[in-house]
Design a binder for this molecule. Sequence first.
Ligand code: ZN
Length: 411
Amino acid sequence: MAAHLCTSQAVTFELQCIDPSSRGRAGVLHTPHGDVPTPVFCLVGTQATVKTLAPRDLLALDSRLILANTYHLHLRPGAELIARMGGLHAFMAWDRAILTDSGGFQVFSLQDLRDLDDEGVTFRSHIDGSEHRFTPERVIEIQELLGADIAMVLDECAEPMNYAYNVEALRRTHLWAERCRKAHSRADQALFGIVQGGIFPDLRAESARVLSAMDFPGYAIGGLSVGEPKAEMLRILDIVVPLLPENRPRYLMGVGSPEDLVESVARGIDIFDCVLPTRLARNGAVFTLEGRLNLRNAVHKEDPRPIQEGCRCYTCQHFSRAYLRHLIMSREILGLHLNTIHNVHFLLQLMRDMRAAIQKGDLAAFRQEFLARYRVADAEARQQNRQSWRLAQGLAPNRSRRGSEPSRPAS
Ligand SMILES: [Zn+2]
């Protein structure tokens, strides 16, 4: 039905209220595949599936927006095949909203980057070594074939600390953003711009100004939370967010730890995505209001309690920590599924709670209370998690460029 209403603009953003106690915003993204209340956490479905969850599970969790990875789907099974199968929504049997990234993050993370110039980037597939080329026009063509509700421009993800490289990468990123905008033609799909510029306030401000002038229906902030101190990421948000148009949605890419979500929502971010909840769950780590819990620890061996007292998710309503630990230790598939359900519910509920706090005008109090209780995972645990993931992907260690824990390729 909604598709018939959206003739000129695929996705419209309705800003409903701004919290007087912070810069938090509540709104609704209207898409051809349903309304998405914001702030929203977008689950990552790298290979057109949120790992271990069927669409019926996602509906039960009331997930409204899913991200699929252009790089992965281009390599396998191919965007043309997905288009012949009716597009991504039909292919994966998901009727709600979908976002696709541009593939830039994966390509610039590859060890085997072949060639980079103003025209585009050539790379080798991590699957079979075959050579591929992404240009702004090709990336838009692929995303139009996939047919998500929201598509992203191709950007160059530079090392965040290198000023000279960021100047060069930003020039190319802006060039590519304009070319993507010109190439994009699907009326039922919105194309978002991506602000880059590393950790440098002047480059970030320039990027926000240049992209705002291109008048995208939404703006992402990329290249943040790549291992720099958290204060650095928040400082950049404080600079960039006020420079973006107020009536357009703002999307912080690759961020998904509970404390980062709370801090960023309070700074006016509307959309997030990250593999963290699903990937942690498969490693046996689950979120609680007190912080992360590792179910592999022996302390849970005979614990009859649910992961989180009072949690309304299916897992917490039926299963003890002792049983979930047993499943993980026995490498049973059900354990991956049940842990994922809890972690996804935890983050989606956190976003709903923040939205309610914004509507009541007291997000500052919510933030203070949440952060006082939530014990942040230490840097060592984060680093270990990041490195083991990179090795499993066949990527070079310690080169993650977006996402406090690598966020895009693997869910
Ligand atoms: Zn639960």
